[in-house]
Design a protein around this ligand. Structure first.
Ligand code: DGL
Length: 262
């Protein structure tokens, strides 16, 4: 079991923001990453469609014999995790918007949450809001329409990207946010551009490192950590295009990227 890979899935390259943190915290682990880019964006789909796609991705990864699955997508996590946990035995790591740490750190008591449509309307997000011990925190939710496509097309530095980000961020700044929670795994690839607009007074919260540390805790608890001398291999599969994966992974060695049907 210990030598089996960790599986991750997302609607595209967004989950790479989680993968790179996992690689840093768990350098000996083999990984298998699934980019279901044929069905992106997930954020526009219904809960039932997101559950069906999450099941399909889980079964693909289980057929590859993974020992744990990171649902490297807020949209799939917030809509499908309870269902996946009921249906499959493999341990799942979920990603959820980090509104709790943001709320605790906020001095202005106003935080921004940029996420997909399906995450913003998910029951899990609403439950999460209820359990935050910070009732006096105001959350300004904003749907980041178009941002997933920008990252999938690797157009982060285009002028129209800045214009779109300004449209979403400036109204939040006007409401005095001091924390911006990234509720979609694609958005960390826009942090440099967002920070230019937000300046130094707004802190951006990317959950990737805490998720990677949580993965390490769960592997340790289940006695599933890879041997320390294991030389990690990383497989990436996509079902529409591998172009974005190739561009975004160009600085990594020891990786295999394939276009497949699934
Ligand atoms: N990266 C995903 C997320 O974290 C999916 C975005 C999408 O496909 O809409 O929500």
């Amino acid at each position: 079991m210990q030598t089996q890979a960790i599986g991750l899935f997302d609607s595209g390259v967004g989950g790479l923001s989680i993968w790179r943190a996992v690689k840093r915290i768990l350098p000996n682990e083999h990984t298998i990453y699934l980019a279901d880019n044929q069905n992106a964006p997930y954020g526009e789909k219904s809960k039932d469609e997101i559950i069906a796609l999450s099941e399909k991705n889980t079964e693909f990864l289980l057929n590859q014999n993974v020992k744990l699955i990171i649902v490297a997508c807020n949209t799939a996590s917030t809509n499908a995790i309870p269902h996946l946990r009921r249906k499959y035995k493999v341990p799942f790591i979920r990603i959820q918007p980090a509104i709790k740490p943001a709320g605790l750190q906020s001095k202005t008591k106003v935080i921004g949450l940029l996420a997909t449509k399906a995450t913003l309307k998910s029951t899990m997000l609403n439950e999460l809001k209820q359990i935050i011990p910070t009732q006096d925190i105001e959350i300004i939710g904003q749907y980041g329409k178009g941002l997933v496509e920008i990252v999938e097309n690797v157009e982060m530095e285009q002028p129209q990207t800045y214009r779109l980000l300004e449209r979403y961020l400036i109204p939040m700044m006007a409401k005095n946010i001091d924390q911006l929670v990234l509720g979609c795994t694609h958005y960390p690839f826009l942090i440099p551009q967002m920070q230019k607009i937000l300046g130094d007074n707004v802190q951006i919260i990317d959950p990737a490192l805490p998720i990677a540390r949580q993965t390490k805790r769960i592997l340790t608890e289940f006695d599933l950590l890879a041997p320390k001398n294991q030389k990690a291999k990383h497989y990436f599969y996509a079902n529409k295009s591998i172009k974005a994966l190739q561009i975004m992974l160009k600085n990594y060695s020891g990786i295999i990227i394939k276009l497949i049907d699934f």
